[in-house]
Design a protein around this ligand. Sequence first.
Ligand code: C5P
Length: 222
Amino acid sequence: FGGQRLRGRRVVVSAGPTYEDIDPVRFIGNRSSGRMGFAVAAAARDAGADVTLVAGPVALPTPQGVRRVDVRSAREMHDAVLAAANGADIYVGAAAVGDYRPAGAAAHKLKKTDGEPLRLELTENPDIIAALAASPTHPFLVGFAAETRDVEAYAREKLARKGLDMIAANDVGGGRGFEVADNALHLFWADGDVALPSAPKTALAHQLMAHVADRYLATHGP
Ligand code: C5P
């Protein structure tokens, strides 16, 4: 359905977690599998787009016909996304970007502290999608919001605060959303919303991209 509605358009998708190194053998990560973002990249390709997928550390095959850039940390993802999104038409930020990183990664493996608490100082990471929004020529911006409660209120607040065109909210309370094949999304934009009921991530990704194409083409011509 929908045909090749994004033919000739450039779409950038971020996916997966970020890993923030503590020392040469340890890191801070999160439970994102990357499946939703990889499915979004494949759905954008199916809509005819030229797709770049910026992937955090995940064990997933690259969707056929998609250009993939592998990164590890939030700062690497920031640089790769900003480079790929320059001149792009649509950005979908499906990555679970770590909000913080250790203030300084140790050059050697940390040793036990002999009963003393070990203190890790954390520094805030750059917000990638907000950095994109700051550019006057930014692509159509689609963010994700994983929430465990008050999903609509937090999603709408994030939509406005980060300057996004659309946000895809998922309720990850009670084991939903992460590390599973099915998901449900609720899409919000400035003057509308649509709920996409629970379905395999591949099917949801196609529905999401159909709504993104609707909203994008409504403002950026056929
Ligand atoms: O604030 P929160 O992390 O819930 O926002 C989620 C949205 O913002 C996602 O689209 C995510 O990819 C993006 N994000 C980002 N850079 C960050 C944190 C989140 O682009 N440092």
